[in-house]
Write a protein that binds this ligand. Structure first.
Ligand SMILES: [Fe+2]
Length: 372
């Protein structure tokens, strides 16, 4: 038996932000976002379309912590409706803040939330809508959130079906102010979600079409979205690709690229999508070398005939070059703690759904190959 959790009610395309007015119910509305969204002027556009004057919380950091989401949960506990506006961090903080109060106190405090958690009270504390301002994480479609837990020194993925948004709004004008470098890195995260979910151990007849369509849309539109940032059609397709890849990965899982990039992200402050862009072609080639099933799935998204994993790796390298992600991120450290990174990566949840189970020393060799 396989479970498939469908995405929420969704509005997409230029002007879809106007759907907020009819979606939100009640008088006591709160908005959760971050300072970057305010500075970019995106929040003003959202506020213009709310039916009431909301209470705004702008203090979500780049990696929301357990303390932040518990504090936000208290602040929005009397809200009729919450609007989460931003990239993955603000949306994940919204999902957690609106949902944690539905769980027993000890579960909420320790973030021991998983899909198997039995909820004893209502399934959901507060209804919410998510408005992504990057085409990247796809978190608006799923019930997982990444929260940093400094007590344990780790980023944790928490998830439960009750954490699914009520409504998602994919308006390309909310991503229009993103600079090219951020558009490129977040867009390559979408490509990585599509490719990894396509061959993940949890991939199924239902998820695979989402992965394929996400790959086709993202690879056809990312160059334009990066080089001509005001092209709203390309921005729309990237948001839709992010969303489709999000549906696939939430139900199929990801793979070794994300296991390694989350391990690297725990040690160094590097752009997630850029790290994925560095790793993806090599992991594609390695996974394909070792699995006929993987080569067969890759053949369904490359247009030429030949060894599909090699062709796909070449396509990805060309895309990476064209969107300016060929160089390593500027923040790359002089020395890498590969032992720590490999030991974390091998146990990371994303490695469990990679089609090949790599050893720590194989991960170290692969990382040295691409990063040094
Ligand atoms: Fe990602």
């Amino acid at each position: 038996m396989r479970e498939f959790v469908p995405p929420p009610r969704t509005y997409t395309g230029p002007g879809s932000i106007t759907a907020l007015a009819d979606s939100i119910e009640g008088e006591n509305v709160h908005v959760i976002t971050d300072d970057g969204i305010v500075e970019a002027g995106v929040l003003d556009d959202v506020l213009d379309h709310l039916p009431v004057e909301p209470t705004v919380h702008t203090d979500v950091s780049a990696n929301p912590t357990r303390e932040t989401v518990l504090e936000l949960a208290t602040r929005v506990s009397d809200a009729d409706y919450v609007v989460g506006v931003g990239g993955g961090s603000a949306m994940d903080a919204t999902k957690a803040a609106c949902t944690l109060p539905a769980f027993p106190d000890d579960v909420a405090r320790t973030l021991e939330v998983s899909p198997e958690t039995r909820v004893t009270k209502s399934d959901r504390a507060t209804p919410f809508v998510l408005v992504p301002t990057t085409a990247g994480t796809g978190t608006e479609t799923g019930y997982w959130a990444v929260i940093s837990d400094h007590d344990r020194g780790e980023k944790r993925s928490i998830g439960h079906p009750s954490m699914l948004a009520d409504v998602a709004v994919l308006d390309p004008e909310c991503t229009e102010s993103l600079p090219p470098k951020v558009t490129a890195a977040t867009g390559f995260d979408v490509v990585t979600h599509a490719v990894e979910s396509l061959v993940a151990n949890g991939a199924s007849t239902i998820t695979i079409p989402y992965s394929r369509r996400a790959y086709a849309l993202a690879t056809a539109s990312l160059r334009t979205a990066v080089l001509e940032g005001d092209d709203l059609a390309a921005r729309t397709r990237m948001l839709e690709a992010s969303y489709l890849a999000g549906v696939a990965m939430n139900n199929a899982g990801l793979g070794a690229v994300h296991a390694i990039s989350h391990a690297i992200g725990g040690e160094y402050d590097l752009p997630h999508g850029h790290v994925n862009a560095v790793l993806l072609p090599t992991v594609v080639r390695e996974n394909g070398n070792r699995s006929a099933r993987v080569r067969e799935q890759f053949a369904s998204i490359v247009e030429s005939t030949g060894p599909a994993h090699e062709l796909l790796a070449d396509q990805l390298r060309r895309l990476r070059r064209d969107v300016g992600l060929d160089e390593l991120p500027a923040e790359t450290p002089a020395e890498w703690a590969w032992d720590d990174i490999s030991s974390f990566a091998v146990d990371n949840i994303n490695m469990q759904t990679n089609p090949i189970q790599y050893t720590e020393s194989e991960i170290t060799d692969l990382c040295r190959d691409v990063f040094e």
